[in-house]
Design a protein around this ligand. Sequence first.
Ligand SMILES: [Zn+2]
Ligand SMILES: [Zn+2]
Length: 374
Amino acid sequence: MKVRGAIFEAEGKPLVIDEVEIDGPKRGEVLVKLEATGLCHTDLFTMSGADPSAYWPAILGHEGGGIVEEVGPGVTSVKKGDHVIPLFISECGECPQCRSEDTNLCSALDETYYKGLMPDGTTRLHYEDGREILHFMGTSTFAEYTVVPEIALAKIRADAPLDRMCLLGCGVTTGIGAALWTAKVRPGSTCAIFGVGPIGINVVQGCRLAGAEKIIAVDLHEDRLEKAKVFGATHTINAASYDGNAVGAVKELCDSSWAGADYTFEATGRVQVMRQAVEACRYGGGRCTLIGVAGKGDELSLVPRMLISGRIVTGTAFGGCNGRTQLPQLVDWYMEGKILVDELVTGERTLEQINEAFDLMRKDQGYRYVVKYS
Ligand SMILES: [Zn+2]
Ligand SMILES: [Zn+2]
């Protein structure tokens, strides 16, 4: 069938809005009619030319929300009409990673996922002349429909708004999960979040949910710091007042005997800030979680002495979330008013306006733009 989509055809160029052919679902796959998609900085990063693993032509997008239109043979966990969020990390429930309690990195799709293909090694997306278009992050939500393996779909309750729940497909869950599931923030602790943009602000609300006592937001923009207070920040530091290095200011707010925060988070993608987040976390088991994606060739320099005292430095993928089992819980929390999502939407756009929204994101304006398909 023919659907409208935004095709990534060359680095550094706008997406091409055009009709693409999408095939029906094969065994174990599901055709989803998307209601909306969020635009994430990872899409922008892939388009920019800075992503060494980028491939094209492809339909980008990985923050979708939609309704099951058709299921392929063998699909049992969802049916036509179910509301779903496509997941860029699958959850097969059977691989060693899915059976481990330590990781959410399901390996079931590893062989084809990074090549932009479905599990059988082919693509469901084509140009009208038959040339292949690749899938992106296994989700390809910048089109009216997408085909996703069943094991990469989270089924959610039908009374939750899909044009907001789509943001759980990446940014919201990555931020909240980094606090809850990767760092496992303890009640009464002190947390510092370096960078409270679209991801960091969700770390702030994750720390709030976890019961942190002090939540210190660090950013260069005063408006972002103000917004972080709405999401739960108890203290804010404008790093611009400290020549871009707020480590000392964070430590001043912490219990001096530990010389740092119990948990620090970095959500800027800048390696200098990553190092600051390591330095600002306390001796003796302080935990620093790096979330931002650094650019091509960037390296993080740490003095080994910084780790001798027992600091733990780690990264996170999708906030450590096991999507099919844990994402529905986040939807419940939204419906119960425990987490903020509506407040993240800076603007809504049509598919035709997608490049304009990316231009605003390049200027660091706003938190999330949502493209609505109907
Ligand atoms: Zn993303
Ligand atoms: Zn798995």
